[in-house]
Write a protein that binds this ligand. Structure first.
Ligand code: NAP
Length: 309
């Protein structure tokens, strides 16, 4: 009998057909102590949106053949290093689109309508004590700008179009959509009240949402980020909030997860989530099953279902 391929989980949680994973592969759990014997048996890594897989980690596993991302984003993987070593990479596009778009909408409405501070006020007795409850701001009839109009950006636009004054977007290539195109994020920010980030974290997008973008967005403007923390110049965001250059931000992702700057944690102008865009039972199950399908295809020498490289 041939040995089952070894698969190491770089993520603590893996939903889906776990039994199937265990039947097909020898699974090493998250935080397994990697002995040289185990390292030699690992042929596949399963990483999540926060996993960092660099050349040094790849070299820990001399027989590594594939990294199957349990995420659509693959900014944590050194693709050049993987290519050089002939290691394949797959991801889980599509199955998480609707939930991540819902998270953007939820963050946006929660920020504009003060849902979280007002929930806290009620629980702490502020309503009973007739505390003054400041008015919030409308989430409807605004000019919405979306940076990145792929699967998730488009799903966000579909949700917001019926309730907004206008939808604009910025991508590298103009899309065949009824919305207004901008070829740079600063001009997009200038035109809108709400800037929503839905582009990948890449060398090109790194730090792109900076001081100039916040100044263009303006003092009534808000930022929503469900994409990647590295797209935002985080110190510039903190300064923009502090100096009322923008009105607020709602963030699911951060530059150095799971570390979130104290200034953001203490700010009353932000809504924060610990990177949960795709974290529903339904979506995480579908993502896990797609990971298994990619691994099955790979070890059966068939084409990957959703290849990155
Ligand atoms: P996608 O379908 O590949 O869409 C990406 C979009 O970004 C495309 O419209 C692309 O258009 C645009 N884009 C790429 N580079 C750009 C640049 N330099 N400037 C402007 N636009 C650029 O990806 P998706 O499935 O929508 O996912 C988008 C991102 O969301 C992922 O990469 C991931 O990082 C993030 N995400 C976050 C969570 C979460 O839990 N918060 C969950 C899933 C995904 P052009 O090619 O024309 O530029």
């Amino acid at each position: 009998m041939t040995d089952k391929p070894g698969v190491l989980l770089l993520t603590p949680l893996f939903y889906g057909e776990r039994e199937k994973l265990d039947t097909l592969f020898t699974v090493y759990e998250f935080k397994t102590k990697i002995t040289p014997e185990i390292a030699g048996k690992v042929k596949a890594l399963i990483g999540d949106g926060q996993a960092k897989v660099d050349a040094a980690l790849m070299d820990t596993f001399p027989n590594l053949e594939i990294i199957a991302q349990y995420a659509v984003g693959f900014d944590g993987i050194d693709l050049q290093a993987a290519k050089k070593r002939g290691i394949r990479v797959s991801n889980t596009p599509g199955v998480l689109t609707e939930d991540v778009a819902d998270m953007a909408l939820g963050l946006f409405i929660s920020l504009k309508r003060n849902l979280i501070p007002n929930d806290r006020l009620l629980r702490e007795g502020g309503w009973l004590n007739k505390e003054e409850i400041p008015l919030s701001h409308s989430a409807s009839n605004l000019n919405v700008g979306i940076f990145g109009l792929g699967r998730i950006g488009h799903a966000i636009a579909d949700r917001l179009a019926p309730m907004s004054k206008s939808i604009s977007y910025c991508t590298r290539h103009k899309k065949d959509v009824p919305w207004t195109y901008y070829d740079n994020v600063t001009d997009l920010a200038k035109a809108v009240d709400v800037l929503i980030l839905a582009a990948p974290g890449t060398n090109e997008t790194k730090g792109l949402v900076n001081k100039a973008v916040f100044e263009a967005l303006g003092s009534q403007g808000v930022l929503i980020n469900i994409a990647r923390g590295l797209i935002v110049d985080e110190p510039a965001l903190i300064e923009a909030l502090d100096k009322n250059i923008i009105a607020g931000a709602a963030l699911d992702v951060f530059a150095h997860e799971p570390n979130v700057p104290k200034a953001l944690i203490q700010s009353s102008k932000v809504v924060l989530q610990p990177h949960l865009g795709s974290a529903t039972v339904e979506t995480r199950t579908a993502m896990a099953n797609l990971v298994i399908e990619n691994l099955q295809a790979f070890f059966a020498k068939k084409p990957l279902i959703t290849p990155v490289i």
